[in-house]
Design a protein around this ligand. Structure first.
Ligand SMILES: Cc1cc2nc3c(=O)[nH]c(=O)nc-3n(C[C@H](O)[C@H](O)[C@H](O)COP(=O)(O)O)c2cc1C
Length: 183
């Protein structure tokens, strides 16, 4: 797929079928994460969750978080959930801690975006997944069940898989973010 097509066709897809992508395809998405611009001094980890019970535990935590009345899934039925976790910086100087953690999140964003673009290029759908990440912050047993290393926090995630949803090329909306030029 042309790079331009990948960019315009990437979209947050919220309908998945149950077809599991093969290992080679998942590995390509993970390789894309490693090709992202990542500074080398953060401690990061990628977890690929395909275990339904583990995903259900995170969904249950998210239900509790949003005070849902009945159990529902936040993962849109996707078969694959990839979590980016890392060790947040704890520095005696608050200013240093803040810029280091901002830098960490910046890296996570790059990783997430590379994975989504690679997924699109491979014909897979994807969607970033926030609820099941924030809701496990105070749930060490769920963090363990979904494979986050000890001492690491879940920082970002995507779900991915096969979808019957259309992924048409989208127009660029130049109103979305104001741009200014300093010439
Ligand atoms: C940090 C972040 C967290 C997100 N979390 C969720 C989420 O929990 N559930 C969801 O369905 N979409 C989530 N999204 C997807 C956004 O809703 C989506 O990117 C936005 O509406 C723009 O649509 P697009 O990705 O199709 O361009 C998240 C996106 C970002 C950047």
């Amino acid at each position: 797929m042309e790079f331009e097509t990948v960019l315009t066709c990437r979209a947050s897809i919220r309908h998945y079928n149950e077809r599991m992508p093969d290992e080679k395809t998942i590995q390509k998405v993970l390789d894309a994460a490693l090709l992202a611009p990542i500074v080398r001094w953060h401690k990061l980890h990628l977890t690929v969750v395909t275990n339904k019970e583990a995903m259900d535990l995170a969904d249950a935590a998210a239900c509790e978080f949003v005070k849902a009345e009945t159990h529902r899934t936040f993962m849109h039925g996707a078969p694959v959930w990839i979590i980016v976790s890392g060790e947040k910086h704890r520095d005696p100087d608050p200013w240093t801690q803040e810029w280091k953690n901002n830098n960490l999140f910046w890296n996570v964003g790059a990783i997430i975006e590379n994975m989504e673009l690679q997924a699109t290029a491979l014909g897979l759908a994807s969607c970033q997944m926030n609820y099941t990440i924030v809701s496990i912050a105070d749930k060490p047993e769920v963090r363990k069940a979904v494979g986050i290393p000890d001492g690491y926090d879940a920082l970002g995630s995507i779900v991915s898989g096969d979808s019957d949803a259309e992924m048409p090329a989208r127009e660029v909306n130049r109103e979305l973010i104001p741009v200014s030029f300093v010439r």
